[in-house]
Design a binder for this molecule. Structure first.
Ligand SMILES: [Zn+2]
Ligand SMILES: [Zn+2]
Length: 434
């Protein structure tokens, strides 16, 4: 563990209920006192979840912890939604809109490094390999923050003007082969039941400065697809290439040509695109030209309107380069997530609520990112806003901070208070009855 992380951890261990330096309260006194009383429990929940991470669709213990908590708050609770998902409904004492709040629950096949006293020692099997399991994307904090928000809001039940649906989603980190990821599967299993929420909100831990949130109107995170290409040629002697068709040379032309789609064919500003080939396999021996090459990669794009055009260009490029050499190629594209796009009007409303709860300087903006989040599928069903909360300890730079999915990914725990206040601010903006 790096020194900054040690210091930050020492500071947060000494004070289990840290006050966020930037927080400027705009909450009524009873809400404020519920926040203060839930903070130490929120940290305890987070550490427990961190120590017991579970892979996608295996969030059995996590779901049990969440469901027991929601039941203790006298909510209507459904479990087993999308296998391990949990949905709680809090009906306020006054009429008003229905809204939904979402947290994702799964961990990653990453072996935790560092010496947190509550670090994960969990091991599991993933794709047939023995792996460590770690909350390397901060979903433990998302769950704990939403559990804390549930406590605060349930204590205000009589004053809530409307209904709040708490969505604890499994399997955000990518769909299983041939299956659906957690958000799509929850939607396909009628996650909201008879209720029709007007809006959904979600947040994500990100190595921005602790005490801040980052809100981006419009395209915020990329669409992410899995690309598979099989190039078929004709096997021959390495010294007699003219007797066959070389799929290795064709594949190298395809890899290069694919790079000209983002750089030469798509509008660099309106349609930023990445095509990455991450694996390429072909051949068994140095002097044999093989029959076949298989490649896999990821496509990232920000503009949903140009997606079909992008797919068509990829298919055309692959097919015609193969055809030029007399080879054939098959392309399959499997969607992992569509882009997260924050609707501008609702995002402006969220910004106002966040600024009044956290202060102007705490609410930052940013460019879009080419990472993906399946919260996007909820946004296809109803208006939704997704934002980051910063988890980087004070006095550190972005270069110091391990990225999400890294074995040293680190959350400065006091930042979770900012996340809680942000969730409460956007919620009470809709159902606070004000
Ligand atoms: Zn994540
Ligand atoms: Zn992740």
């Amino acid at each position: 563990m790096r020194n900054f992380a040690k210091l930050a951890l020492a500071a947060s261990l000494m004070c289990a209920a840290p006050a966020a330096a930037h927080a400027q309260t705009a909450f009524p006194a009873p809400v404020e006192s519920s926040i203060q009383s839930v903070l130490p429990r929120m940290i305890t929940w987070r550490r427990d979840l961190h120590e017991h991470p579970e892979l996608s669709y295996e969030e059995v213990r996590t779901a049990r912890v969440v469901a027991a908590h929601l039941r203790s708050l006298r909510m209507e609770v459904r479990t087993g939604v999308a296998q391990t998902g949990v949905v709680g409904v809090l009906r306020g004492g006054r009429p008003g809109p229905v809204i939904a709040l979402r947290a994702d629950m799964d961990a990653l096949p990453v072996t935790e490094e560092g010496d947190l006293p509550f670090r994960s020692r969990v091991r599991a099997t993933y794709n047939g390999q023995a792996v460590g399991v770690m909350h390397a994307c901060g979903h433990d904090t998302h769950v704990a923050v939403l559990m804390a928000a549930a406590s605060v809001l349930a204590a205000r039940r009589e004053d809530i003007a409307g209904t709040i649906i708490f969505v604890f989603q499994p399997s955000e980190e990518g769909a299983p082969p041939g299956g659906l990821g957690g958000a799509r599967r929850m939607i396909s299993e009628d996650v909201f039941g008879d209720l029709e929420p007007e809006a959904i909100y979600g947040l994500h831990a990100w190595p921005a400065p602790s005490g801040t949130v980052t809100l981006v109107p419009g395209p915020f995170m990329a669409g992410s697809d899995r690309l598979r290409i099989t190039v078929t040629g004709s096997q021959t002697h390495g010294a007699q290439p003219h007797r066959g068709i070389d799929p290795i040379v064709v594949s190298s032309q395809i890899v290069n040509a694919l790079q000209t789609i983002p750089s030469r064919q798509m509008d660099a500003v309106r349609s930023p695109v990445i095509v990455t080939i991450g694996s390429i396999h072909g051949g068994v021996r140095y002097n044999i030209i093989p029959d076949r090459v298989e490649m896999e990669g990821t496509i990232r794009y920000l503009n949903p309107e140009t997606r079909d055009d992008l797919y068509a260009r990829i298919r055309r490029t692959v097919a015609e380069i193969a055809a030029a050499s007399g080879a054939t190629a098959e392309v399959s594209i499997e969607a992992n997530a569509v882009p997260v796009v924050n609707p501008p009007a609702l995002t402006a409303r969220v910004r106002t609520a966040l600024v009044s709860a956290l202060g102007e300087e705490a609410v930052q903006t940013d460019q879009a990112h080419m990472v993906a989040e399946d919260f996007a599928y909820f946004q296809q069903e109803l208006p939704g806003v997704f934002f980051f909360y910063g988890v980087r300890p004070p006095g550190t730079t972005l270069e110091d901070a391990a990225p999400n999915h890294n074995p040293r990914f680190f959350v400065h725990e006091p930042a979770m208070e900012t996340a809680l206040r942000a969730m409460l601010a956007v919620t009470l903006d809709r159902v606070g009855g004000g």
